[in-house]
Design a protein around this ligand. Sequence first.
Ligand code: COA
Ligand code: AMP
Ligand code: ZN
Length: 433
Amino acid sequence: MEYWEKEIETMPRNGLRFLQLARLNTTLEAAVRSSYYGGLAKRDRSFRTRVGEVAELQDFPFTTKQDLRDHFPYGFLSLPTKEIIRLHSSSGTTGNPTVIYHNRHDIASWANLMARSLFCAGVRDTDVFQNIVGYGLFTGGLGFQYGIERLGALSIPAGAGNSLRQIKLMRDYGTTAIHAIPSYLGRLLEVFREEGLDPRTDTSLRMLVIGAEPHTEEQRQRIQEMYGVKAFNSFGLSEMNGPGVAFECEFQQGLHIWEDAYVVEIIDPATLEPVPDGEYGELVMTTLDREANPLIRYRTRDITRIIPGECPCGRTHRRIDRITGRSDDMFIIKGCNIFPMQIEGVLLRVPEVGDDYRITIDTVAGQDDMIVEVEVKKEWFRGDLQFLDALQKRITRLIRDEVLVSPVVRLVEPGSIPKAEGKAVRVFDKRIR
Ligand code: COA
Ligand code: AMP
Ligand code: ZN
């Protein structure tokens, strides 16, 4: 078996616990240099800067996405801005985004975790690796980029979009590995077929890395059949750097979560108490190797479980199961995270919009689409087609600017969207998974 960092990846659990404890204490000291955790440590005695055991973390308060938003932009920063070299942030044109800062150490540590993750899935320096996700503020672009370079494979920073060009790049440079979101691989296959090509015979692909959105084992199997190669699950979130948090090894039996870099807890999202290994709950994570923006007991909202037992690959870092859902209402389409509140916020700003709206997510011709039906107020819902057309375009643009995905907007008559009982459920997910 080959490893990127054998000593760390196969470290006995006792050694790992010792390493975690030392790093946790350094992290806690760094955390209180931020105004948020500094204030918390003064107010709340359960927040300490030194613990004798990692398990003591369970007494600490959680950190949530809302905390990050409420203390935007610098409340969680533990270093002077002079030392910061990069930020990544969530989408949104109104309200506070969530932002994470990195110093040189953080970027180097993340690149190494990414290289370790890719190596763990089987990528080698002889590979030609095409990264088909968004660059810029998305972490999947630069996160993978730095990891591929650290590993020494030839990187093609293709970015998202333009499927024809993606196929040309793959064929021109003999791409052997790609990273893409699972739902996009269906669309890409369609374009292969339109060109009279079959990725199984007309490319040099030998593996795929898929992630950034939930998918089922069946979906993975379909992708593997379509492309004729194995597809490895990659998990991460911007608050924990981005990709490189947990990755599948060649055995594809769950994702090794790098415990030298994170403390992992699974809690019951209702009681907030820990659940035993093997049971599903919400993933809570503490950073252990980040200097600029440490986070303590961050509630990811992702639902998973610890897979009990050891992995045949010899890595001692525990495995989480594929993400099965979330404990909040965020959904992901085309690799972009969306909260229904963002859409509601946009619609509230349009005076012509009436009382109700409904979001449907569907797979149409191999591609996921978001359909937003919007009721228009009676006085505006008249026969003036030009006006309604302009309104439809305006709403489309406003939503796209907010969530980075172009919706299909349908204007409908007031009262035509069925009223939901009690708390309105406004998102219908009909995607094939
Ligand atoms: N990855 C790569 N390409 C994608 C994609 C995705 N997730 N989703 C759509 N595309 C492609 C489409 O296939 C289309 O290209 P094609 O017609 O040549 O096949 C092109 O991007 C535009 O798609 P469209 O659906 O018309 O655009 P949109 O305005 O709704 O979405 C994107 C724009 C694709 C740029 C935006 O959704 C995006 O940046 N997604 C990528 C997010 C990402 O990478 N997330 C992972 C971060 S870790
Ligand atoms: P972002 O912070 O934009 O990178 O989005 C992170 C979120 O994407 C996570 O909290 C998950 O909900 C989701 N996600 C990332 N990777 C995966 C994956 N492999 N499987 C399922 N969901 C994922
Ligand atoms: Zn393994």
